[in-house]
Each structure stands twice: as structure tokens, then as C-alpha cells.
Write a protein that binds this ligand. Structure first.
Ligand code: NOS
Ligand code: ZN
Length: 338
């Protein structure tokens, strides 16, 4: 079954660059930055993968600490983006929106613009070699003062026609509810690019409802929708999509178990489901594994995956021409499955 899902054409809308580097590339970047790492492969993997005793999103986010100093040069960012897009392409991801927070790569003097240019170069490299179409999403962090985030967003927004797809807010949700980020969200929306938003990872359905009411059309995770049928109704009414990331949600304890996921509720309500990994390395997953989990726990069939990928095309942050191309690629690939 896994092989079958590997060959299915897929889109991935929610994938963090810093959480998705392959182990070989992490070693390469650590060598370049002259940073020590365990020579034992098991020990090394433990360092960059979330531990089983993580109890919350905040615990999960600590796993990113090792990566930060490795992504401080243009060369490293370019290699990193290439690496993630390459591994996505190898499991037939045909379109990837790769997100990252420039402020985490500005410790040694890079500007936000330089970080994005490097990431876009890496995506181009992967496109040339593997055909994968990639765009970048620039994240602000919820726990960072918005003046800094705003400055970053304003400095990169002109790359909209060069591969910048849109913006996102990631990071600590528990201490930074949407109600307190309203001004930041509105100011970001004024910049004219689409916005996706991490919401509902901390049992906080209000964050999802507030985000939807602010006009946000893509909700990262949306896990707390499980708690509230009215919120699911609102999501559907607004025509918004959820970027579901099962493995990550178990690790952050956003959801107690896969059995308790609200998949059927979303499905029956006609919600626009899309499937992503969140963080391939931190979560020790890939998109093929995520599809297998959907099939195993919820009975998701190939025709449903086709539908979820068409949803992803529809809500992707790209133009009509690219959307049409992606629809055609999907159609051909899913026809070939029969
Ligand atoms: O599931 C998540 N929820 C919230 N923030 C996240 C998640 N995964 C990663 N990041 C945060 O986004 C930053 C930029 O890529 C990462 O460094 C991490 O802090
Ligand atoms: Zn995320």
C-alpha cells in the first residue's frame, strides 16, 4: 500500500523548511557551520526528532533549536530548500509550499530578503532536477513582536511574482491567541498576499473561529475543530481549508490519538481537507506515511486523496495558470492508478 501512495501525485501546502531537512543534509550543514553532532546515527536522529515525552507544542518546538545555527548562510538555505523539495519530489509531490521564518536565519547578518532569495534558489534547483514546482511561504512567529515581523514581511513582499506564495504565523499558540494578534493579522492582510495561519493546536477552537472571522482561508492543523461542530460549520461556510498533519498533532498532544481525530466529521460536513507533514524530520514522517495513516485509521481511499489534492490546488497560493497545470497533472496521475 505504501508504494501505491508513494506514486500518487500529491500537493503539500504545510511543510516547514527547518523541520524537514534530511539527516544527511543536516550533517552537511553542521559540518559547514562547524557544529558538532553525535557520530552515532541513532543518537544523531534523536537530536533532531521530537522525543516521545514531548507533552505540548512548546516541547515540540524545542526540537528546532539544533537546526537554527545551521541555517545562517545563503548557501545553507539554498541547500536546505533544495533538499526538502528533492525528498518531496521523490515521493511524487508535484507542488510544494515550503514555509520558514526568516528571523531564525538572521542571527549572523543575513537580511530577510537574502534568506528568501536563497530559499527560492534552492526551490529552483530542485525544480530543474526533479520537476517539482515549489513556492515559499514566509512565517512570522506569534511570540515575536509584530514590528519585527512586519518589517520582514514588508521587505520580502515584492518577491510575490518570484516564488513567494504568502505568509503564515507559526510558533507558540498557547500564549498568543488570535484575539491578541488581530492587529498583526489585519496589517499583514493589507500587504496583499494570502495568509495561512496555525490555529487550533492547543485545544483552542476560539483561535480557529477568530481566524476564520478575520477572513483567513487556510487553517494550519485546525485540530481543535474536533471539539466543536459549529466551528466546522463555520469553516465550511467560509469555504476555508484545513491543512491536516496527523503525526505532528499526536506528538504535540493536540490530539490524544488517531482514533479520536475528527476526520469523519470534517468529511461528512464537506470541509476542504488537505494533507501535509508539517515537519518531515522533527515528526519523523513523510507524505506517503501520512496518506497511509489516513487509509489505516479513517479508511480514506484513493478517490478521496484525489479530492483532497484537488482541494489543495484550489486553495494553493498560486495563479490560475499553475493551478490548471496542477489539476491536469493530478487528473492524469489518478487516471493511471486505475
Ligand atoms: O506545528 C507547528 N506549530 C507551530 N509552529 C511550528 C510548528 N512547526 C514548526 N513551527 C515553527 O515554525 C518555525 C518556522 O518554520 C519553526 O522554527 C518552528 O518554531
Ligand atoms: Zn506547522
Amino acid at each position: 500500500m505504501t508504494g501505491k501512495y508513494k506514486n500518487l501525485a500529491k500537493l503539500e501546502l504545510h511543510c516547514h523548511l527547518d523541520g524537514s531537512l534530511s539527516l544527511d543534509t543536516i550533517k552537511q550543514l553542521a559540518d559547514m557551520a562547524k557544529i558538532e553532532y553525535p557520530k552515532n546515527d541513532n543518537e544523531f536522529k534523536k537530536l533532531v526528532t521530537v522525543t516521545k515525552d514531548a507533552n505540548s507544542l512548546i516541547d515540540y518546538l524545542k526540537t528546532f533549536d539544533f537546526i537554527r545555527p545551521l541555517l545562517q548562510t545563503k548557501e545553507a538555505l539554498r541547500l536546505a530548500a533544495y533538499d526538502v523539495a528533492k525528498h518531496a519530489a521523490l515521493e511524487n509531490v508535484i507542488y510544494l509550499e515550503l514555509r520558514y521564518a526568516p528571523e531564525l536565519s538572521m542571527d549572523e547578518g543575513l537580511t530577510a530578503l537574502e534568506t528568501l532569495e536563497a530559499v527560492l534558489e534552492g526551490l529552483k534547483d530542485a525544480h530543474k532536477e526533479f520537476g517539482i514546482e515549489g513556492k515559499a511561504i514566509v512565517c512570522g512567529l506569534k511570540h515575536t513582536p509584530f514590528e519585527l515581523t512586519k518589517d520582514i514581511f514588508e521587505n520580502v513582499v515584492h518577491l510575490a511574482d518570484k516564488g513567494l506564495a504568502g505568509f503564515d504565523f507559526a510558533g507558540d499558540e498557547e500564549n498568543n491567541p488570535v484575539s491578541e494578534l488581530e492587529k498583526a493579522i489585519k496589517e499583514t492582510q493589507k500587504l496583499g498576499l494570502p495568509l495561512t495561519f496555525h490555529a487550533g493546536e492547543c485545544g483552542c477552537v476560539k483561535n480557529i473561529v477568530d481566524a476564520l472571522n478575520l477572513g483567513i482561508k487556510r487553517i494550519g492543523h485546525g485540530t481543535a475543530l474536533a471539539l466543536d461542530d459549529e466551528a466546522i460549520k463555520l469553516l465550511v461556510e467560509k469555504g476555508a481549508a484545513v491543512e491536516m498533519c496527523l503525526t505532528s498533532n499526536i506528538q504535540t498532544k493536540a490530539m490524544p490519538s488517531l482514533e479520536e481525530f475528527h476526520y469523519k466529521k470534517l468529511y461528512d460536513a464537506g470541509a476542504k481537507i488537505t494533507i501535509s507533514t508539517d515537519n518531515r524530520t522533527v515528526s519523523d514522517t513523510n507524505l506517503t506515511k501520512e496518506y497511509s495513516l489516513f487509509n489505516k485509521y479513517f479508511g480514506t481511499e484513493t478517490k478521496d486523496f484525489y479530492c483532497f489534492n484537488k482541494n489543495a490546488v484550489e486553495v494553493s497560493f498560486t495563479d490560475e495558470e499553475q493551478k490548471q497545470r496542477l489539476f491536469n497533472k493530478l487528473k492524469k496521475n489518478y487516471k493511471d492508478q486505475k
